[in-house]
Design a protein around this ligand. Sequence first.
Ligand SMILES: CC(C)(COP(=O)(O)OP(=O)(O)OC[C@H]1O[C@@H](n2cnc3c(N)ncnc32)[C@H](O)[C@@H]1OP(=O)(O)O)[C@@H](O)C(=O)NCCC(=O)NCCS
Length: 148
Amino acid sequence: MIEIREITENKKQYLSLLLLADEQEDMVDRYIADGTMYILDDNGVKGECVVLPIGGNTLEIKNIAIHPDYHRKGYGKALIDFIIEKYKGKYSVLQVGTGESQATIPFYEKCGFIRSHTIKNFFIDNYDHPIYEEGILLVDMVYLKMDL
Ligand SMILES: CC(C)(COP(=O)(O)OP(=O)(O)OC[C@H]1O[C@@H](n2cnc3c(N)ncnc32)[C@H](O)[C@@H]1OP(=O)(O)O)[C@@H](O)C(=O)NCCC(=O)NCCS
């Protein structure tokens, strides 16, 4: 049975999962202490996500990752649906930032997010090395949003 639970102690025990979504550890360190972490357990931990209020009634998904052996089984969407249920009425907008990548944007759109805006050169300006996803260099941060 799928169980999603909050982790309050030693969130970096899940660093290997966190790095799947955000491969530079000092970028993870920007939000891991203040962020709220949930793990999805289905006969073992299969994924995690971290959310953080960013002001203006907006909650941001800072990190979401499912173990590569368990992609496309609905676990990612289960985490998003859990966040929506948990935070609706508490925040008015749920947003997520990602690279311009076919590995992530279609997933978020399937979950109900709509493209909002981009931050030009975010990956170039904030990471100390080039970030590639499916062979494509990530440059701008793409934000997607949904109303809660
Ligand atoms: C992105 C990620 C969290 C998706 O998790 P997942 O458990 O594989 O996704 P789900 O099985 O819940 O997919 C939900 C829907 O999105 C679709 N989807 C998922 N990944 C997709 C992709 N790469 N391309 C197209 N559609 C995709 C699924 O087919 C499914 O659609 P359906 O409801 O019609 O069947 C997962 O691929 C992952 O951990 N990636 C590595 C880390 C990462 O990049 N995190 C995001 C950083 S911004």
